[in-house]
Design a protein around this ligand. Structure first.
Ligand SMILES: [Zn+2]
Ligand SMILES: [Zn+2]
Length: 277
């Protein structure tokens, strides 16, 4: 298990590895383009070469890419769905150029569509993203907090989408999203039943990345509000549970820059105490 956080790409992705190292990351996550939209900056041979040099220089073992936020595979609007497929595929190809290990995406919101219909079109979208793809960056679906009509907030839905798209697709769990979706990862008993739900649906081995965020909102409140480790409603016990059960998976923080270095330190200490690798 390696620990890192989401880092800014201000000035270009080549700046990310140094920024990550300065925050205490062993691995890190970034966008490769503006998360809100617009054309993606080109990743040419010079950028690839420089990026790889910087990764080595700053001892970053892996980098992960977060797909842009405007992606919505469940939109009632066909052109939005098509643009989402295009953007996700582009990110997989761009990730492959810089040897990013994983790309994770949010699934979107099922406004103006039944839940079943939304799950169907989302599965087709995910299949279209990965169909014929031969790159090395692996594709992950991120569990949501289930706010409003946002889909993919249960392991049942994620299982459905994977079963109806491609077996190569993995999962990124976010502790804050899971907790807000009603998965009690805080207590020992709660966590063991969450593990059973995971095993029954997607299998623990399908979980490739953990977004380690505490939650400003309580269990089942269905809002996506990150907090610093130990400051939120999950508390350190939840992270201890995660570290013990997922010692082979990397943990990425998505907390505010003011205290993210402290969060990284805290997780590293907990890894020393509770991890086994
Ligand atoms: Zn995310
Ligand atoms: Zn979130």
């Amino acid at each position: 298990m390696k620990i890192g956080c989401h880092v800014s790409i201000a000035g270009g992705i080549v700046n990310a590895p140094q920024r990550a190292a300065e925050l205490g990351c062993e691995v890190f996550q970034m966008f490769t383009r503006s998360p809100q939209g617009g054309p993606a900056p080109k990743i040419d041979a010079d950028v690839i070469k420089k990026f790889k040099e910087e990764m080595k220089k700053y001892s970053q073992e892996n980098c992960y890419i977060h797909a842009p936020y405007y992606i919505n595979f469940a939109s009632a609007n066909k052109s939005t769905r098509e643009a989402s497929v295009r953007a996700a595929r582009e990110e997989l190809e761009r990730g492959s150029l810089i040897e990013a290990k994983y790309l994770m995406t949010h699934l979107g919101s099922a406004k103006d569509m039944s839940r079943n219909e939304a799950l169907k079109v989302t599965s087709s979208g995910i299949l279209a993203v990965i169909n014929g793809y031969k790159g090395r960056t692996e594709f992950l679906l991120e569990i949501s907090a289930g706010a409003g009509n946002v889909i993919g907030d249960t392991f049942e839905e994620l299982e459905y989408i994977i079963r109806n798209s491609d077996d190569r697709v993995g999962v990124c769990i976010d502790s804050a999203h899971m907790f807000a979706s009603g998965y009690d990862i805080k207590t020992k008993e709660g966590f063991s039943s969450v593990l059973n739900v995971i095993k029954k649906n997607i299998g623990t081995e399908r979980i490739k990345i953990i977004h380690a965020n505490d939650s400003k909102v309580g269990l089942n409140e269905h809002k996506d509000r990150h907090d610093h480790i130990g400051d939120g409603k999950i508390g350190e016990s939840g992270f201890k549970n995660l570290i013990k059960s997922f010692s082979e998976v990397d943990f990425i923080l998505e907390t505010k820059p003011d205290k993210v270095t402290e969060d990284i330190k805290k997780l590293k200490e907990m890894r020393n105490k509770y991890g086994n690798g």
